[in-house]
Design a protein around this ligand. Sequence first.
Ligand code: COA
Length: 330
Amino acid sequence: MLSTKIAGIGYYVPEKVITNFDLMEMMDTSNEWIIERTGIEERHYVSEGEGTSDLGAAAARKAIEMAGIATEEIDFIICATISSDYFFPGSAFQIQDKLGLNGIGAFDIRVACSGFIYGLSIADQFIKTGQYKNILLVGGEVQSNAMNFSTEGRDMSVLFGDGAGAVILQPCAGESKIFSSHLHADGKYSQALWAEVPACNLKPHISHELLDQGRQYPHMNGREVFRHAIVRFPQVINEALDANNLTKADISLIIPHQANLRITQAVAKRLDLTMDVVYSNIHKYGNTTAASIPIAMCEALAEGKFKRGDNLILASFGAGFSWGAIALRY
Ligand code: COA
């Protein structure tokens, strides 16, 4: 049986940096509140006209370069995003076009903060069965265009940022491999973290009245999200360890979805781990949803936090609710 290797990885964030002080000009918030509750100091926002597919294609080019393959060798594209350039079709199609890969299969998955974990699991199945040999998986988001920057929307808007990360996945008979993936969801909590509009169960999907009511903005029950996240993250990380007869000591680094520093710290505490083995870079990027894990992987690798042959656990929790983990040897 073939296994799946991460052959290349790259990320791209837009140039514009927005600090907490910039947000203070738009809404009633403070640098202290944001840092204390979330750990976020700044995040990157797109410029006008820049979309998820632009960020995704830029991240993809870096991953392709690191993998040392020709772009034309990519035979399938998956894009994890909840902020595709258009309502439909998904961003995978525009990424494909921007890379000049017209003709190969491509699709989006909308699993929010767990999108990259779900995408990696899907790609792993395609590689293991021998169907594809160079899959491009992108996690990309433009969240800044979706937010309510008035004081009413401050609980959400201070948290999120824009960016993209990408990996090239290849079959491998050697040491590097994805060991297992563990995917979960509980749709009972769909409305605890959601954007309702445009809503295909409403006719029309969008109207002046709906917009006036602010129903196009994402909404969240922050306390409910927090309460579930700090239970589900450790649970699914332990599930991934147990499934592979691994102990925490076998793992070089846990890379969680960057939801909120307080969540990451609570998860580390519940797992009885110090923060040097649970990676965080949220202070620079905020929560970039499906992009956060591959961006964090890139930075952790560049910082020497892990190397080829090391065991990693990637884990996520987010809208759906959805949560998951991947155990792998890099
Ligand atoms: N700046 C200043 N004050 C803010 C604020 C902001 N950006 N956002 C909310 N507040 C205010 C609230 O209005 C509230 O004021 P009130 O007491 O006068 O009503 C006060 O801060 C406390 O709000 P509360 O929601 O109780 O804060 P909290 O301690 O629960 O922290 C979160 C809020 C969002 C930081 C926290 O719930 C959280 O981390 N949730 C998880 C969110 C997350 O990670 N989501 C992404 C998952 S993928």
